[in-house]
Design a protein around this ligand. Structure first.
Ligand SMILES: Cc1cc2nc3c(=O)[nH]c(=O)nc-3n(C[C@H](O)[C@H](O)[C@H](O)COP(=O)(O)OP(=O)(O)OC[C@H]3O[C@@H](n4cnc5c(N)ncnc54)[C@H](O)[C@@H]3O)c2cc1C
Length: 402
């Protein structure tokens, strides 16, 4: 029997095959990945691994021998070029691999700068995979000048690593503030101040006009007319879902591979999970780009392949590490109409609570695991605290759970 074939050996793909085996699936499982490395965690690529504080072995989600031991046929360095839905097989460099059930966990693809503005010069990097981090790492020498394009979490994390390593860091963000797509102005202010303390030159409301250089990047021209000399550049301007394979196979795409509540595409033999998939959520479609979503959705789909018929309900959370600050985010902030700040006397510590009316939507907690934990529990069960209690540092947050 052809069994389950999973395309994309990243966080979601690895979680899905492990869950299938754990839950007793006895059929054949094939996990196909384009990258040469066995499945690994990506978050350290812009944090501890880039800093040189984490060994390669610790990135791997499981030891390489695990896959063979539990009967998972792991094919690495193998790119699936095409899905043949009529014949129920995928094509990998001329070989047809049959499937009974196919799962697409193809992740996402980083946006790159166009070649016309210097995006193809040597020394212009993105941070999506291990090869990107390994190519960039040797450039992080003290005194080097790096330009970071984009003030989202990945750009800011790379800036923190570079500043810690003694580089001269300039970060440009086209919109009027860093993190504008994902966080409230209060959180942007917190991180702007943190980076300023470490000497990072953050320029907001300023776009990149072009990277310049002969073969290798050596300069940048900004939208305010200024120019910069740079030794290398890191581009963190977002990602797009990896939908090409699904689209070519005629599957519906809607900000990602469109799946139903259980994770199935319009073809009952094909499922999707992780960064590449958009699923129904509160009357709309949602696509999340995070490790917790990749794991939870993949595990839910694994159960559904085995007949659980369970709708995927995300319980969103996320984190970021910059210098000595651990940011933990619970919930989804979109639609908020006010921010309640919980002050803290401790340095680099705060939490911002996103409300829509009286409803708590999300919490950004900086170095405050208690605020994160309480906020997450309340959001998970759909309860909202009185905002005045949240804002009062004299109130023990744990009492909000009572
Ligand atoms: C630098 C960085 C830092 C991050 N930090 C955080 C963080 O702090 N917290 C957090 O929650 N999330 C973070 N994320 C996001 C998180 O890593 C992703 O959301 C998660 O990896 C998504 O898992 P996935 O399995 O959907 O996709 P991926 O892990 O990207 O895996 C997809 C895999 O599919 C492969 N593939 C694609 N097409 C094909 C094909 N045709 N044939 C074969 N293989 C194919 C790709 O090569 C890739 O290996 C970070 C991401 C990056 C890049």
């Amino acid at each position: 029997m052809p069994g389950v074939v999973v395309v994309g050996a990243g966080q979601a793909g690895a979680s899905l095959v492990a869950r299938l085996r754990k839950d007793g699936y006895e059929g054949r499982i094939t996990l196909i990945g384009e990258e040469p490395a066995p499945p690994y965690q990506r978050p350290p690529l812009s944090k501890a691994y880039l800093l040189g504080d984490m060994a390669l072995e610790r990135l791997y989600l499981r030891p390489h021998h695990y896959y063979g031991e539990v009967g998972i046929d792991l094919r690495l360095g193998a790119r699936v070029d095409r899905i043949d839905r009529a014949a129920r097989c995928v094509h990998v460099e001329g070989e047809a691999i049959p499937y009974e059930t196919l799962v697409l966990t193809t992740g996402s693809v980083p946006r790159r700068l166009p070649a016309g503005i210097g995006g193809d010069l040597d020394g212009v990097h993105v941070v999506r995979d291990l090869a990107d981090a390994d190519a960039m790492g040797p450039q992080f020498g003290p005194g080097k000048r790096v330009l970071i394009v984009g003030g989202g979490y990945i750009g800011l994390e790379a800036a923190a690593v570079a500043a810690k390593k003694g580089l001269k860091v300039t970060l440009v963000e086209m919109s009027k503030r860093i993190l504008s797509r994902v966080a409230a102005p209060e959180t942007s202010d917190f991180f702007r101040a943190l980076h300023a303390e470490h000497g990072v030159d953050i320029r907001e409301g300023i776009g990149l006009e072009a990277l310049t250089g002969e073969g290798h990047v050596s300069g940048a021209r900004l939208s305010d007319g200024s120019t910069l000399a740079v030794d290398f550049a890191i581009v963190g301007v977002g990602i797009v879902p990896g939908t090409a394979l699904a689209e070519a196979a005629g599957l519906p795409i809607d900000n990602g591979i469109a799946v139903d509540a259980e994770g199935r595409t319009s073809d009952p033999a094909i499922w999707a999970a992780g960064d590449c998939a958009s699923f129904p959520y509160r009357g709309a479609r949602l696509r999340l780009e995070s490790v917790p979503n990749a794991i939870d959705m993949a595990e839910c789909v694994a159960g559904n392949i085995m007949g659980a018929a369970r709708a995927y309900v995300p319980r969103p959370w996320f984190w970021s590490d910059q210098y000595d600050v651990k940011l933990q985010i619970a919930g989804l902030s979109s639609g908020y109409d006010r921010i309640v700040t919980r002050p803290s006397a401790a340095p680099h510590t705060a939490s911002f609570w996103y409300f829509q009316g009286e409803t708590l939507l999300a919490v950004d907690a900086m170095n405050d695991p208690r605020a994160y934990m309480v906020g997450k529990r309340l959001i998970d069960v759909g309860r909202s605290p009185d905002a005045s209690l949240v804002a009062d540092p004299g109130v023990d947050l744990k009492t909000l759970l009572a």
